[in-house]
Design a protein around this ligand. Structure first.
Ligand SMILES: Cc1cc2nc3c(=O)[nH]c(=O)nc-3n(C[C@H](O)[C@H](O)[C@H](O)COP(=O)(O)O)c2cc1C
Length: 220
């Protein structure tokens, strides 16, 4: 697939078929993602690809924590608010997505149900966690971000959908109950991964991007 096309056509997938992705394809995706750049080629990322019943155990615990209103306790500090114009973009995403899904502004029940689906990884049959060692600078998280994007593109190239999900790392201790990560790791991001459900309206969502003028300055 042409790289420009892949970069513009990849979308965050928010509904999956239950069919697992073949092990060989999972391995190809991660093998490809290893080619992401990193500070001094330190490759500070570690990938954990989770399949089978463990996925359901993790997502059940995450959803239960949300339903109980438990305090979130991510390994990497998360934003609570944004300055403008970022906050406006964030709100636009939510508004447009809810409109597409037919969720009214004041329909608290449906909003909560959608929020919970985040913690169910939107029904994906696989989770990919990207971890880095404790004690590294923020550039290790930067490297992990490059690796995460590489996973999304390598998956897209193979017809496999992904969604980077902060939701999957809001309660890292619950994930650790089910996955034996080495000690001293921070869970930076989790990704839902699987074949997209072509019939689900969420997968027709088209996010926007700011114009080039808005985000770029060219200095001659
Ligand atoms: C670090 C990070 C965390 C994210 N967390 C979530 C999330 O918890 N729930 C969600 O639906 N999407 C999440 N996303 C996906 C973004 O909403 C998505 O990338 C953005 O809206 C742009 O859409 P696109 O990926 O389809 O181009 C996350 C993306 C990133 C990079």
């Amino acid at each position: 697939m042409d790289l420009d096309r892949a970069m513009t056509q990849r979308r965050s997938v928010r509904a999956y078929l239950p069919r697992p992705v073949e092990r060989a394809v999972l391995e190809q995706i991660i093998a490809q993602a290893r080619w992401a750049p990193s500070w001094g080629n330190t490759q500070s990322w570690e990938f954990y690809v989770i399949s089978g019943e463990t996925v359901g155990r993790i997502t059940a615990d995450l959803q239960a924590a949300v339903a109980a209103g438990d305090d979130q306790r991510p390994d990497v500090e998360m934003p609570l608010e944004f300055p403008e114009p970022l906050m406006g973009r964030y709100r636009t995403l939510g508004m447009n997505l809810f409109e597409l899904l037919g969720i009214e502004r004041d329909d608290k029940e449906k909003r909560l149900a959608h929020y919970l689906r985040n913690f169910n990884a939107f029904g994906a049959p696989h989770l990919v966690y990207i971890a880095v060692r404790d004690g590294l600078t923020p550039y290790a998280v930067f490297d992990a971000g490059a690796a995460a994007y590489a996973v999304t593109l390598a998956a897209h190239q193979r017809g496999v959908g992904t969604c980077e999900l902060a939701a999957l790392v809001r309660y890292p201790d619950l994930v650790r109950r089910h996955v034996d990560f080495p000690a001293g790791r921070r869970l930076v991001i989790g990704l839902a991964l699987g074949y997209p459900d072509p019939d689900h309206p969420a997968n027709a969502f088209q996010p926007t991007r700011e114009s080039l003028d808005e985000v770029a300055t060219f200095i001659d």
